[in-house]
Design a protein around this ligand. Structure first.
Ligand SMILES: Nc1ncnc2c1ncn2[C@@H]1O[C@H](COP(=O)(O)OP(=O)(O)OP(=O)(O)O)[C@@H](O)[C@H]1O
Ligand SMILES: [Mg+2]
Length: 332
């Protein structure tokens, strides 16, 4: 029997961080890092989260990875509520879900050789007998495009791209189903970025991996992801399959993000309507009323200042949280 159950489901996730002040560290407020985020990721697909710095992408990732406790909301992995997992299920979950972060230099222990970095999870979880570990490390290095001799190198002896390959090999050691990539290629040169993206795509096909892919480079996210969600100040502004999201955005914020990236095609440049993105992102400790985007939105009306827009379907699989959806002129 085939199942259509998503591998990852996030339902109405809220995460607040207390703001403490003074000698007694009294709580004087709350940073609302994530406010009611919901999405689901089918097995074998890639889901992208994009948005400006501070919009809550990493906080969503950390909640999914069980590195922080959400204020409210439900996260289901393979149908199971992660907050209700017992110790055995949680330990299995920690193997089935792995993370690859932005800066491999800071996430890899500088005093450990690549071989030890990759084999550590195998030893801790007793996945392989000691006699098979060397061969397993060589296999993991090989599928990440590195020769076996890299097992003897230390992180400072490798380039950024090679270190990221080691980070991916270490994640793969646990034979995961979901990999959370938080800005995994953001610190790399464009040509190295392309190689790592090719590697991630190849691994996805071969191993049936599912990705939660976080990035701020729209072209990278568009390329790698099947479905993308655009976040603004802790909420999802718009979500759609990659192509329709970028070809016909329905939320003024999405359009502004796309407009901020210059397009080399002069016909495209001439034909599009530009919505400038002005001003700063407001503080999540003191967010605006109504639609969080209204102070920066050229289309904001009174209703936008008063009422929070729901994330409503505009087309199949395409949802936008905007009272003025439909007033955008399609680009190009
Ligand atoms: N541990 C924490 N304590 C207090 N505030 C936090 C904590 N972690 C994150 N925040 C705040 O929550 C908000 C969201 O942060 P988050 O790191 O999730 O953003 P982001 O979208 O990943 O940004 P970036 O693109 O810069 O990585 C920010 O305002 C941030 O300052
Ligand atoms: Mg982040």
């Amino acid at each position: 029997m085939t199942t259509t159950r998503p591998l990852l489901e996030v339902n109405d996730l809220h995460v607040g961080f207390p703001i403490r002040k003074g000698f007694f560290q009294r709580t004087v407020g709350e940073v609302r890092a994530v406010s009611g985020v919901s999405f689901s990721v089918p097995r074998g697909t890639s889901f992208g989260l994009v948005g400006e710095s501070g919009c809550g992408k990493t906080t969503v990732a950390r909640a999914v990875l069980q590195l922080l406790e959400p204020t409210s909301g439900v996260i289901r992995f393979d149908g199971e509520d992660v907050a209700k997992m017992d110790a055995v299920a949680l330990s299995r979950f920690r193997g089935r879900v792995q993370a690859v972060f932005q800066d491999p230099f800071s996430s890899l222990n500088p005093r450990m050789s690549t071989g030890r970095i990759i084999s550590e999870p195998l030893r801790v979880h007793r996945l392989k007998p000691e006699s098979e570990i060397k061969a397993e490390v060589a296999r993991l290095l090989d599928i990440c495009g590195l020769p076996a001799r890299f097992a003897d190198l230390y992180p400072h002896e490798m380039s950024g791209g090679q270190r990221q390959r080691v980070g991916i090999a270490r994640a793969l050691a646990m034979n995961p189903e979901l990999i959370v990539c938080d800005e995994a290629v953001s610190a790399l040169d464009v040509s190295i970025q392309a190689q790592i993206i090719n590697l991630l795509e190849g691994l996805q096909k071969e191993l049936g991996l599912t990705y939660l892919f976080i990035g701020h480079d729209l072209s990278v996210v568009r390329h790698i992801c099947d479905q993308v969600a655009v976040m603004y100040l802790g909420r999802i502004a718009e979500t759609a399959p990659s192509d329709p999201l970028f070809a016909s955005p329905k939320h003024p914020y999405t359009q502004a993000l796309i407009d901020a990236v210059p397009n080399p095609d002069p016909d495209y440049e001439a034909g599009r309507e530009i919505v400038p993105l002005e001003g700063e992102v407001p503080s999540p400790a003191n967010p605006p009323s109504g639609c969080f985007f209204h102070p920066r939105c050229p289309r904001a009306t009174d209703r936008c200042r008063r009422e929070v827009p729901r994330l409503d379907p505009v087309e199949p699989g395409h949802m936008a949280a905007c009272w003025e959806t439909g007033t955008l002129v399609p680009a190009g």
